[in-house]
Ligand binder design. Structure first.
Ligand code: NDP
Ligand code: 2IT
Length: 445
């Protein structure tokens, strides 16, 4: 790492002790930015990096709620409003027992650059709670969402901060959150949340957008080597919103997705994952992936283990951070891997990324490859602002153009900085320069 940047990075790490994922995300971005600071000394003079690493505002709050047995439960809520140089803070809410400040900050930090890459007018933020939705009734989910919004409402707004979904937060939760926001504020402010239902201000394609976008990004990478998804053998981790829609899109392009997972285990279905059955189990019944095995022939369920033990030509990690380490990467490379596109945020460890890059595997980092979700959230905001709603075909066409544009910008930036094919460099520099220019233009804030 450039020595000037390393000194700033070390200060950031010392000021934020114990936030391992945040340290990892900052280090990974800083490693790309040395050459930018040679060309743009004004970024150092303007203390852009120091400002970027300090969120504009961080909110931590108590979320008290009552479970079905009438017992009082206390969770912790977060919203980190990281950077508003390009637009209102924008990013999802994660409900998962592992959520802590360091995780919310890594996600918010990544979101700044991702949102810049989309070309849409959105800043970066993230939030969530250590609430565990697993095993909770619908009524408990509703009461939790209402309690969460009872504090969050005062910090968000169409022009201020616009949350959406992430792990553990989908259409159901956004509905309860929106209802409570409306009830407290007495305002039908559609643009305050994205991922809404279609009849009450949502956008077609938003549910599919992250998974579809990840596959579109991967297809563009494959094209640079004269290849496509057609005939590829694909392994996907996760079986949530991003994973299911990535599987559907990859198979529509002629690939066979032979496996997917949840946090308990994985299924191997050599005929190709049955997306309708997977949706039925995970989205309708809210069941476990294990249930898939009994309902389809010639399927193996492996309890525990790792989906990365299988061989594949394309890997799409779509579950969570640091789920793919250096050993798993080396195994995939040995078994003939061509490409990786990250549907999840930071699913590959730094060691894994190094293995992929050293082996010449096409590697699309999350902040570029999974930007289709937030980009379509911005399209939802655009429809809300004009009180309009677009067709599926039109919205999907916009998403496709945005993803191709992100791919091409990352590739062109990597070329410009002398490292062709390095999408990590291209995404980090491309996103950073746009935000840095806007921050300097807006003065010392
Ligand atoms: P969901 O809650 O819909 O699904 C998450 C999936 O990942 C589940 O299969 C879950 O398994 C698995 N998973 C979650 N945490 C862990 C863990 N600690 N260990 C193992 N498996 C785990 O979330 P999404 O699909 O929305 O999000 C998946 C990833 O994509 C996240 O990294 C998120 O930040 C990222 N992302 C999401 C976007 C969106 O639009 N939703 C946009 C961009 C990125 P189980 O059910 O067993 O917990
Ligand atoms: O990580 C992400 O980009 C998301 N969870 C989606 C955020 C959004 O505002 O749609």
């Amino acid at each position: 790492m450039d020595a000037r940047l390393e000194a700033i990075r070390d200060t950031v790490l010392a000021r934020n002790p114990g936030e391992g994922e945040f340290h990892q995300a900052v280090t990974e971005v800083f490693e790309s930015l040395g050459p930018v600071h040679d060309r743009h000394p004004e970024f150092l003079e303007g203390a852009v990096l120091e400002r970027l690493c300090e969120p504009e505002r961080q909110i931590i709050f108590r979320v008290p709620w009552a479970d079905d047995a009438g017992r009082f439960q206390i969770n912790r809520g977060f919203r980190v409003e990281f950077n508003s140089a390009l637009g209102p803070f924008k990013g999802g809410l994660r409900f998962h027992p592992s959520v802590n400040l360091g995780i919310v900050k890594f996600l918010g930090f990544e979101q700044i650059f991702k949102n810049a890459l989309t070309g849409m007018p959105i800043g970066g933020g993230k939030g969530g709670s250590d609430f565990d939705p697993r095993g909770r009734s619908d009524a408990e989910i509703m009461r939790f969402c209402q309690a969460f919004m009872t504090e969050l409402y005062r910090h968000i707004g169409e022009y201020t901060d616009v949350p959406a979904g992430d792990i553990g937060v989908g259409g159901r939760e956004i509905g309860y959150l929106f209802g409570q926001y409306k009830r407290i504020t007495n305002r039908y402010e559609s643009g305050v949340l994205t991922g809404k239902g279609i009849s009450w201000g949502g956008s077609l394609v938003r549910p599919e957008a992250t998974g579809y976008g990840t596959v579109i990004f991967a297809e563009e990478m494959l094209k640079t080597r004269g290849q496509s998804f057609d005939g590829q053998r694909v392994v996907v981790s996760g079986s949530g919103n991003v994973a299911i829609n990535a599987i559907a899109k990859a198979q529509s392009l002629g690939a066979t997705v032979v496996a997917c997972s949840d946090s308990s285990g994985y299924v191997v279905d050599e005929a190709g994952i049955d997306v309708a059955l997977l949706r039925q189990i995970k989205e309708v019944e809210r069941g476990r992936l294990k249930d898939y095995e009994a309902r389809r022939s010639a399927v193996d369920y492996v309890d525990g283990g790792s989906v990365w033990d299988l061989d594949a030509t394309v890997a799409l990690p779509c579950a969570t951070q640091n789920e793919l380490d250096g050993d798993a990467a080396a195994r995939l490379v040995r078994n003939g891997l061509l490409a990786v596109a990250e549907g999840a945020n930071m699913p590959s460890t730094r060691e894994a990324v190094a293995v992929f890059q050293d082996a010449g595997v096409l590697f699309g980092p999350g902040k570029a490859a999974n930007a289709g979700g937030v980009a379509t959230s911005a399209l939802e905001m655009q429809q809300n602002a004009s009180r309009d709603s677009w067709s599926f075909a039109h919205t999907e066409d916009r998403l496709t153009k945005i993803m191709v544009g992100i791919h091409d910008r990352c590739a062109a930036t990597a070329d410009e900085y002398g490292d062709p094919g390095n999408y990590v460099l291209g995404a980090n520099i491309g996103g950073f320069v746009k935000v840095a220019d806007a921050m300097l233009a807006q003065g010392l804030i």
